[in-house]
Design a protein around this ligand. Structure first.
Ligand code: ADP
Ligand code: MG
Length: 314
């Protein structure tokens, strides 16, 4: 399958383009199209990874159903026929969209990223080894690399900057009540997903969530055309973006898990290792990847999907 690096849907207004997703506006909703683009060290690479967009979309869809009782989410559907029923103008663009597109509620996104960590790895481990803290918070002594933690929330300032901020700072930026909600719900989703994934032989080491608000009404979920809805708007805190994918999380195989070392993971590790070996300085333009690295990375994404859902990607 040939990767898709960019979509072009001239019948819709393109609102923007992230490193991985193309976003189109559809009235009150959005079409989030996950391309096969891949980024490393925050730079988009010139090559795409076959099936990556489909894996990220199908996996997010899976989790949106699994966690639907914990929080409202922006997810409406990722079934192309249902999308085409609700947005008939996209029918001719099936080749670009099928399998990689979610119809979601448009949200006002909070300018923070909510990280939940269930194990100590990566930059958190580096910090702990030096200072005994993770994101400034003192942890017990004597932890080993990859040890399990009580699920620990932390916050990053607006995307792309990779700047850690304290809970107090987040409360200042978005308000104390939303801050507490985001923290509590992020932990509950992590705990639910972690428990489920363990039954499939996957450890979710850590993950990142994005949240927003969606204006809705208390009544319109039952009766959308009730005129009283106008009088009764509610702003609902809503989970947005992708959830619990290899791009937003570290997944480890649970067989072979052994604290005291780093663990192999189902993400872009092949790509990062390759880029380190060739000595790329992490500033654009990024180099091309060898076929072998592209193929192995694609296989890793597909395997993560298969392990977690118990099914081959359709
Ligand atoms: N329901 C939503 N409403 C508005 N914006 C959203 C929603 N869901 C996701 N987004 C935004 O869409 C973008 C997704 O594109 P992506 O390629 O992942 O971006 P990034 O490079 O920032 O990771 C992000 O900026 C994310 O905050
Ligand atoms: Mg993103």
């Amino acid at each position: 399958m040939k990767p898709i690096l960019k979509t072009d849907i001239p019948v819709l207004k393109k609102l923007g383009q992230g490193k991985v997703r193309d976003i189109y506006e559809v009235g009150e909703n959005l079409l989030v199209v996950t391309t096969d683009r891949i980024s490393a060290f925050d730079v988009v690479l010139p090559d795409g990874i076959p099936y990556k967009g489909a894996v990220l979309t199908a996996l997010s869809t899976f989790w949106f159903y699994l966690i639907k009782d914990i929080t409202p989410t922006h997810f409406i559907t990722s079934d192309f026929d249902e999308i085409a029923r609700q947005v008939p103008a996209v029918k001719p663009y099936k080749d670009q969209l099928v399998g990689r597109t979610m119809l979601v509620k448009k949200a006002t996104v909070f300018p923070v990223e909510c990280v939940v960590r269930g194990y100590i790895a990566g930059s958190a481990w580096e910090e702990y080894s030096k200072s005994g803290t993770v994101r400034g918070v003192q942890l017990v002594e004597g932890l080993k690399e990859s040890d399990q933690l009580k699920p620990t929330p932390s916050t990053k300032a607006e995307k792309g900057h990779d700047e850690n901020i304290s809970f107090e700072k987040m409360a200042e930026v978005i308000g104390p009540e939303p801050a507490k909600e985001l923290k509590d719900r992020s932990i509950r989703i992590y705990e639910t997903a972690h428990k489920y994934a363990l039954t499939k032989g996957i450890i979710i080491c850590d993950t990142k969530f994005e949240w927003g608000t969606v204006k809705t009404t208390g009544l319109n979920r039952i009766k959308p055309d009730n005129p009283l809805n106008q009088l009764n708007p509610v702003v609902e805190i809503t989970l947005v973006d992708e959830v619990l994918t290899p791009d937003s999380s570290r997944f480890w195989p649970s067989d072979g898990y052994f604290p005291g070392k780093s663990q192999p993971s189902f993400d872009k590790q092949f790509v990062r290792d390759y880029l380190k070996v060739i000595g790329w300085n992490k500033t654009p333009p990024a180099p091309k990847l060898p076929e072998e690295i592209i193929k192995k990375t694609s296989e890793k994404y597909l395997e993560a999907y298969k392990r977690i859902t118990g099914q081959e990607l359709a």
